[in-house]
Design a protein around this ligand. Structure first.
Ligand code: LLP
Length: 438
């Protein structure tokens, strides 16, 4: 495969006549020079296309009332929320902080779903004050606290219960959240989910809509989702038979995968949703239960391929007979995913994106930590100080997982729409780093 072909991993990536890597039709080398590096670039047109795929597929293949809700933990900042809203999606928030950002961006609070396995009373009160649409309740203590706070505030709050169906989607362990021994939710297999459900139905200030599960992340096919749906629909039927309560909502969480490299298979979200939809209809028919509205919570597959990160090459170090290191001006502080999960990435020299590789290079970050890498053994044309390195498919879980380790400033984020760019997040300054310190 040529370097140019490697660069064209997604339809919004290209290489121009000068051999510069482009995203959303915009020259990445120009962006790096204009805004400085490290720099996150987000192609808003690609985010919108991904939202539309979910919106239309859910409308077409799922029962009426079904929706897609963006899991904003993947990438949460003010300017993303209007985009998500305009494209007809709701938003899931995983903390009061994400809720605060969504609210300050004017996102409609009735379209918010509040997640988390450790919500504090302050979090719960804040979300109630915001009049959010729905809580996804993880455990009994949360249920009690929410019921009490809602009562004190004169609110009847919609909830879903987060359950663990016990599915292993064969993904990497650190992001596998649906197994029985998961820290999230309440297990169906142990009978605890049923106790929690029966209890929730007795609480006067809570209005149980249905059940939620999230089986994991970076899942390439619909099979694990169909398996999870089977378990959840069986559970809905059991609850109906034993209590008379019929869930009107089944939330199957997020988790559809994204191609990070050419080794990953192509994935069609619409085809997966179509298969999942017909599977759910069939299963509801067999169980003689009304088909619930289905919710999906995609995060990664909305934003990942819309993003790239640009770095400046600081030095190239060859350990003879061992390894070639290319050190860039960022690393695990702006992208901890290789350090945490050994996640694969496609890396290019953006200013020579058509030049063929001469050797394998390991992209090292600048943090004082040996594990600070972006990727190992990448084929590149001999990098030099001052080159721009582009790491592709970084729109999800990069900015949102960034830290200030070693007191590095978090990078700026530029958004692209119709071939023009806007600065959406400015580069942090040393003053920002010191701002909270008294
Ligand atoms: N819903 C719930 C309840 C979740 O916990 C998650 C992700 C999602 C939806 C969105 O899943 P997605 O469509 O993005 O796969 N930091 C890890 C990913 C952690 C995912 C946690 N939960 C990574 O960088 O790969």
């Amino acid at each position: 495969m040529t370097t140019r072909e490697r660069a064209m991993l997604h339809p919004n990536y290209s290489v121009d006549d000068r051999g510069h890597f482009c995203i959303g039709g915009v020259d990445s080398v120009m962006l790096a020079k204009k805004y400085g590096t490290p720099l996150y670039v987000l192609d808003e047109d690609a985010v919108r296309r991904n939202c539309r795929t979910y919106y239309s597929s859910v409308k077409k293949h799922f029962p009426p009332g079904s929706t897609a809700i963006y899991a904003s933990k993947a990438l949460s900042f003010k300017r993303i929320y209007p985009v998500i809203n305009e494209e007809g999606l709701g938003a899931d928030v995983a903390s009061a902080g994400e809720l605060y950002i969504a609210k300050s961006a004017g996102f409609p609070m009735e379209k918010i779903l509040f997640h988390g396995n450790g919500k504090s009373e302050a979090d719960i009160r804040f979300a109630l004050e915001c009049s959010i649409g729905c809580f996804v309740v993880d455990n009994r203590e949360e249920l009690d606290t929410l019921n009490r706070c809602a009562g004190e505030m004169g609110i009847r709050q919609k909830i879903q219960l987060r359950l663990t169906p016990g599915i292993d989607p064969h993904t990497f362990d650190a992001v596998n959240t649906g197994k029985i021994d998961s820290k999230f939710g309440t297990a169906i297999a142990t009978g605890q989910a049923f106790s929690l459900t029966s209890y929730a139905l007795t609480l006067r200030n809570l209005d149980l809509q249905g059940f939620h599960c999230h089986i994991g992340s970076q899942i390439f096919d619909d099979r694990p989702f169909c398996d999870a749906a089977d378990i959840m629909l069986d559970y809905i039927a059991t609850v109906r038979d034993k209590t008379g309560f019929t869930a009107s909502v089944l939330n199957l969480g997020g988790g559809f995968a994204v191609r990070y490299t050419h080794d990953d298979p192509e994935i069609s979200i619409e085809e997966n949703i179509a298969r999942l939809g017909s599977h759910i209809m069939d299963r509801c028919g067999e169980l003689h239960i009304p088909v619930p509205a289905i919710i999906l919570e995609p995060g990664r597959s909305i934003v990942a391929d819309a993003g790239v990160t640009l770095y400046t090459v600081e030095n190239v170090k060859t350990i003879e007979d061992y390894k070639n290191y290319v050190t860039v001006d960022g690393g695990m502080a702006d992208n901890p995913r290789y350090a945490l999960y050994r996640s694969p990435y496609t890396v290019l020299i953006a200013n020579r994106a058509a030049a063929n590789p001469d050797a394998l290079y390991t992209i090292a970050g600048r943090c004082c930590e040996s594990g600070d890498m972006i990727q190992e053994d990448v084929p590149l044309p001999a990098p030099q100080r001052g080159d721009i390195a582009a790491v592709l498919v970084t729109g999800a879980y990069n900015y949102s997982m960034a830290s200030n380790y070693n007191w590095l400033c978090r990078p700026a984020l530029v958004m692209l729409r119709g071939g023009t760019e806007t600065l959406a997040i400015r580069h942090e300054t040393f003053a920002d780093l010191a701002a909270c310190q008294l």
